[in-house]
Design a protein around this ligand. Structure first.
Ligand code: PGA
Length: 250
């Protein structure tokens, strides 16, 4: 019987300064974690220090993005191979903030996806609809299309170890969470989509995380849903106690 592992991942976004980030990483304690895997995704400049702070804790390291270019004269960019050389395990791709503010189209995401996989990184692929799309009733088709556009024509090796994060944009950083029913409905649709395309074992094995204002007070009811395998946590991951509490629920 296949079952996806549970993951709680913290996305620190563009927050904190060096010493705060270092302290936050240093104060994460794993003793009470019930989630199979805990991941933190710091801003690029803090990754090396955070990886030192997390040594021997069992907490994994993630990055928030990677370049569509593999190396060379691309000022300001950070390649997937650079991240791999810093012991980064995961790379978030397709976060709605990247899509909205930095022009990450499906075409660009396909290239980033290939770069990340070729470098040996595991991808946390984000998807999610705006409030407008949800109100139109087209949200499920919209989200599945987002996934399809990045995953299509990737060979099966590239799709190994994939993690999906469903993050309705109207719930990110707004304090408004999708109800467990709304989230579960989408997660079940994503699981079905994976099953149709890649077979049942693959679908059952792929962790599907929920993201959007997850906090200690709502994590339990979300994680109780059959198809929710954990969370991608923004704001609440900046507080060690809140983050640890969330990772102790799933
Ligand atoms: P939030 O962010 O938890 O602050 O809503 C989630 C995310 O964007 O990953």
């Amino acid at each position: 019987m296949f079952m996806a592992r549970s993951i709680v991942a913290g996305n620190w976004k563009q927050n904190l300064e060096f010493y705060d980030a270092s302290d936050l990483a240093g104060s994460l304690r794993v003793e009470s974690f019930t989630s199979d895997e805990v991941v933190v995704c710091p801003p690029f400049p803090f990754i090396y220090d955070v990886s030192e702070r997390l040594k021997d804790t069992g907490i994994s390291l993630g990055a928030q993005d990677c370049s569509q270019y593999n190396g060379g004269a691309y000022t300001g960019e950070v390649s997937a191979t650079m991240l791999k050389s810093l012991n980064v395990k995961y790379c978030i791709l397709g976060h709605s903030e990247r899509r909205q503010y930095f022009g990450d189209t499906s075409e660009i995401l396909r290239v980033k996806f290939a770069n990340a996989r070729n470098a040996g990184l595991e991808v946390i692929l984000c998807c999610g609809e705006t409030l407008e799309v949800r109100k139109s009733g087209d949200h499920t088709a919209f989200v599945l299309r987002q996934l399809e556009e990045v995953m299509k024509d990737q060979d099966s090796q590239m799709l190994e170890d994939l993690v999906i994060a469903y993050e309705p944009i109207w719930a990110i950083g707004t304090g408004e969470t999708a109800s467990p029913e709304q989230a579960e409905e989408m997660h079940a649709a994503i699981r079905d989509f994976l099953k149709t395309k890649f077979g049942d074992p693959y679908a059952q094995d792929t962790p599907i995380l929920y993201g959007g204002s997850v906090k200690p007070s709502n994590a339990a009811e979300l994680f109780a849903c059959k198809n929710i395998d954990g969370a991608l946590v923004g704001g609440a991951s900046l507080n060690a106690l809140d983050f640890m509490q969330i990772a102790s629920v799933s």
